[in-house]
Design a protein around this ligand. Sequence first.
Ligand code: GN1
Ligand code: MG
Length: 381
Amino acid sequence: MPLSNVFQTSCIQEQVSMLGDAFAIAGEFVECDTINSGHINTTFCASYRRDDGQIDRYIFQRVNDAVFPCPRDVMHNVEKVCNHIQWKMLRVLKSPFRQTLTLYAAKGGRKYLELQGSGFWRCYNFLENTYTCDVAETPRQAFQAAQAFGAFQQLLCDMNPADIHETIPNFHHTRRRYDRLMAVALTDKHNRLKNCQEELDFIRQREHYVDTVLNLLAKSIIPTRIVHNDTKINNVMLDKDTDQAVCVIDLDTVMPGTLLYDFGDMVRTMTSPAEEDDEDLSKTYMRLPMFEAVTRGFYDSVKDFITPTEIEYLSFSGLLITLETGIRFLTDYLEGDVYFKTHRPEHNLHRARTQLKLVASMEEQMQQMQECVEKTFAQKD
Ligand code: GN1
Ligand code: MG
């Protein structure tokens, strides 16, 4: 039976087992688990037993083509970035391949498989003895993750921007995100505005933030760089024994942008002790020691190329990206949960609330955050 037919008729275990063959994976399929941490793509970890009994694991992922209108462009970018990083690791850093993602080729040699009616699939190496976390439990984890995202940026700094497609145009265009929320609130198609008027007002009172970084970019006061654009703490694999960062993952949104977007999203996801969707808002706040760890880790990797104006806006970027993410969750809530995967009623509203709580907490501590950045970046070594 052709693979695309299998996908229309069978259970997920059977579907994933068939993928191994399409990606020329050696061995017999054993089992697969769903990985539920991402909000966008569908991800499985599958294991295969080789003839000598050894079990190998692989990551299979279906690219969400509602979010990424052109998955071929996404795959083009991911492949370019993986190749560039592998080349640099080997040629410049002389490091082994553990730190890099490898895409497997599918039938025909492309690094993805297109199945009629079942979308775009890719297969990555599974990084053994690593883990991800949704919340930073120790400053070491935050330091390691921030250092890794900084190093990722350094690795990409000599990539040709013409090699990278803009897979989601205006991804971090905070002004457009804000205007879209206001437009969606006005129509209120799902009659949900009554549940989030307070949140909408909170955002409206912060409209003056939304153009700040866009203006810096437009006037070339800060440089446009190729950045990761989705630097959630769970997009770094950490070593199970040492907590050392091993590899940056989720390369789908690598696009031109600013380093401030990456720093900002780290502050958003590494400083709060609560998960992004925790309904108990008293648990969400900005922890200064974690902010210090993020700042030190990032400093360690970017100190040689970051510009003074970028440094000046680092702490503000935490506030901005957290507000922007709150705006995006609230927009999706009002639109009827069409973008982010949700796992319970009001899930997007709960997510939006944590973001806005975190914004308020950062506003209260902005001066300390700023002092921490200045102190860290004033170092001589
Ligand atoms: C999505 O794919 P994932 O779960 O790492 C989203 C990010 C948001 C994040 C919020 C393509 O990231 O932009 O910041 O959720 N990715 C896309 O948790 O929209
Ligand atoms: Mg992602």
